[in-house]
Design a protein around this ligand. Structure first.
Ligand code: TTP
Length: 204
């Protein structure tokens, strides 16, 4: 059985893999996350996911390593994590009352295979008041999240409609990841009732 390693520091990605009882450990990737200006969103998330997976695969050549990257795209512009309150306010205001896309790229690397894919989910926000935006920023939620919001927490209140996999927005498209892992023979199609919490093997 191939060991699965999640190359991520994201507590959400870890929680998501635990939710579906896939056995795994976590080793955050130390990868350069800069991408050339003008890179298309789908290419950007795939390249970054691959970089993260490659960085960790170099340490565990017998494992199946999963890397992922998420960005928000509004009017063709890629929004990563806001650097401060002003940028968070700018990002969330730009999403208010309109639609945007969330792209998550995933790379799976094993000794014999390298699979890279992305999923896209469209999200529509209600019109938000300045007060809502300001008080949301005070919660501190925006700063480690692409686009400055978390759909899985209070950011849920901004969402009018969603089309696509919810989990792509949270940071790991679970059902397509499962299908790829099964296709590669890394997991089987059977489910276990015991929850796997996933040990940190580095960092946290
Ligand atoms: C839009 C959105 C993003 N996010 C998160 C998912 C990702 O963790 C983060 C985007 O940053 P990423 O760079 O994709 O991931 P990360 O830095 O958190 O973790 P790592 O690179 O170590 O894997 O934004 C949410 O949690 N909820 C949301 O609704």
């Amino acid at each position: 059985m191939t060991n699965i390693i999640l190359a991520s520091s994201s507590p959400r990605r870890k929680e998501l893999l635990s939710q579906v009882n896939i056995s795994y450990t976590v080793h955050p990737a130390d990868a350069d996350e800069t991408i050339p200006k003008g890179t298309a969103p789908a290419d950007a998330v795939e390249q970054l996911a691959l970089r993260k997976a490659e960085a960790v695969f170099a340490l565990y050549p017998d494992a199946a390593v999963i890397g992922a990257d998420t960005v928000v795209v509004k009017d063709g512009q890629i929004l990563g994590k806001p650097a401060g309150k002003a940028e968070a306010a700018e990002m969330i205001s730009s999403l208010s009352g309109t639609g945007h896309s969330v792209y998550t790229g995933v790379a799976i690397i094993t000794r014999n295979e390298k699979v890279i894919f992305h999923e896209k989910t469209n999200v529509e926000f209600w019109e938000l008041t300045e007060e809502e935006i300001a008080s949301y920023i005070e919660t501190g939620e925006p700063f480690d999240k692409a686009g400055g919001y978390g759909i899985q927490s209070a950011g849920a209140l901004f969402v009018k409609a969603i089309r696509g996999d919810y989990f792509t927005v949270v940071g790991l498209p679970l059902s397509s990841l499962y299908r790829h892992l099964k296709h590669l023979g890394i997991i089987t199609g059977s489910f276990s009732s015991s929850k796997n919490e996933g040990e940190w093997i580095n960092g946290k």
